[in-house]
Structures are given as structure tokens and as C-alpha cells.
Design a protein around this ligand. Structure first.
Ligand SMILES: C[S@@+](CC[C@H](N)C(=O)[O-])C[C@H]1O[C@@H](n2cnc3c(N)ncnc32)[C@H](O)[C@@H]1O
Length: 219
């Protein structure tokens, strides 16, 4: 059985307490710069404030053969890809194809059906098999959706599986509802998450507790 640890707080402080080269894989979905209470968006650069601070720490804690996946969006991709490449070798920009557009549409832009994912390495690492750079997966809907930017567990499972190794540790600094931790658990991998918002931390604890419930005995 795999282990998971959640730190309730600012990932910048959490990472300060983590050792150099202590994490194998980072899967994360940083805040996109949208205030979901007001709908307000920040300027590129301004909204990326936390990412430039997090990137050097992510580099420090990642093992020399570690891998990193960062969810992005078509609006912030240009900015984030540049910042990302200061630290990591950009191997791919993966496409999460949501199978149908998200309903976020305006008369002056195309409807959004995909999200880019930056995949990078610190040094060298081979994938476990051949994987396509387009991953088709429906977003969480209905009662399974507990966070405004929640990612599908199956998508995160594929990312983790692509670089899996026995005994590896996955970290998600911006854990949200804990999708990375759920995916890691299902892949049999240990994980650490940090999340600033106490309500989302409670959701993570509930999701992880539900996974650890013993299965009912078959009749
Ligand atoms: C885009 S969401 C992640 C959603 C996640 N992928 C999921 O499937 O639920 C980003 C999360 O980062 C959290 N966050 C923002 N700044 C943070 C910080 N400095 N440290 C830790 N968490 C932070 C937000 O509260 C938000 O839940």
C-alpha cells in the first residue's frame, strides 16, 4: 500500500523544509491567475507570481533524474514555457484533449477543448513505454467535481505511469482537491501534497479516506 502526506499551507514554505534531490516526480497544476470568486483575471507575469518563486525550489527538490509535469493553459503557455525552461529541459508540450469544448467560449476566441501540459526533465530519464503526446480524457463532471480546476484522475495516472519506478515519490505543490495524490495512490506510488486552502485540504483528506475504505465482501 502506498503512503501519502498532506501539508496544509503555502508550498513555498513547505518546500523550504524539503531536502535537495528528494522527489522523483512533480505533477502540478499551479493557480492560473483567475479569481474564481470574482471572475477577475490577472495580467500575464503578475498572475504567474507564485510560479517564478516555486520553480527554483521545485528544481532544488527534484532528483537529478527527476521528471516534472506542469498543467498550463493556452493563455499562459507562452509565459510559463519560458519560465519553465530556465530550470528544466522541455521534452514535450502534451495536449490534454477534453473530448469536447469546455463551454468557455467568447465570440472573439475559439472554444477551449484542450489544455497544454509542460513535461520536463532535470537530467536524463527514460519513459516506461511509448506514449502519445495527446491524451484524451473527459474532465470530472457532476458529483465527482469538487474543485473548479480539478483534473481527471485517469489523466494524472497516465502521467505518473509514464515515468514510474519502484519506490518513487510524487509531489504536488498546488494540490487543489488532491487529484495527483489520488492518482499516485491508485498507481501504488507514495505522494506528498501541499495546499493553501483549508477547505480543499479537507476535500483531499476525504478523497484519500474514501480510497482507503475496505471493499465490501462479495456475497
Ligand atoms: C489549479 S488548482 C489545482 C487543482 C488540482 N489539480 C485538482 O485536480 O484539484 C491550484 C491550487 O493551488 C492552491 N494554491 C495557490 N497558491 C498556493 C500556494 N502558495 N501553496 C499551496 N497551494 C496553493 C489553490 O488553493 C488551488 O487549490
Amino acid at each position: 500500500m502506498s503512503n501519502w502526506t498532506l501539508y496544509e499551507g503555502d508550498c513555498l514554505e513547505v518546500m523550504r523544509g524539503m531536502q535537495d534531490n528528494s522527489v522523483d516526480v512533480i505533477v502540478t497544476d499551479p493557480p492560473y491567475g483567475v479569481n474564481y470568486d470574482t471572475g477577475e483575471t490577472f495580467m500575464p507575469g503578475e498572475f504567474a507570481n507564485v510560479l517564478p518563486l516555486a520553480l527554483p525550489e521545485l528544481y532544488r527538490i527534484l532528483r537529478p533524474d527527476g521528471a516534472i509535469f506542469v498543467f498550463s493553459s493556452s493563455r499562459n503557455l507562452a509565459d510559463w514555457a519560458l519560465r519553465f525552461q530556465i530550470y528544466f529541459k522541455l521534452q514535450n508540450i502534451l495536449v490534454w484533449d477534453k473530448e469536447k469544448d469546455s463551454g468557455c467560449w467568447s465570440p472573439s476566441s475559439f472554444a477551449f477543448q484542450y489544455e497544454p501540459i509542460l513535461f520536463g526533465l532535470k537530467g536524463k530519464r527514460k519513459l516506461t513505454a511509448r506514449f502519445s503526446d495527446v491524451i484524451r480524457c473527459k474532465p470530472p463532471r457532476g458529483r465527482e467535481r469538487v474543485h473548479p480546476t480539478q483534473k481527471p484522475v485517469d489523466l494524472c495516472r497516465i502521467l505518473i505511469r509514464s515515468v514510474a519506478r519502484p519506490g518513487m515519490l510524487v509531489y504536488d505543490p498546488f494540490a487543489g482537491s488532491g487529484t495527483t495524490l489520488v492518482a499516485a495512490y491508485k498507481e501504488g506510488v507514495d505522494s506528498i501534497g501541499s495546499e493553501l486552502n483549508p477547505e480543499y485540504c479537507n476535500i483531499i483528506r476525504q478523497r484519500m479516506a474514501a480510497l482507503q475504505q475496505p471493499l465490501p465482501l462479495a456475497e
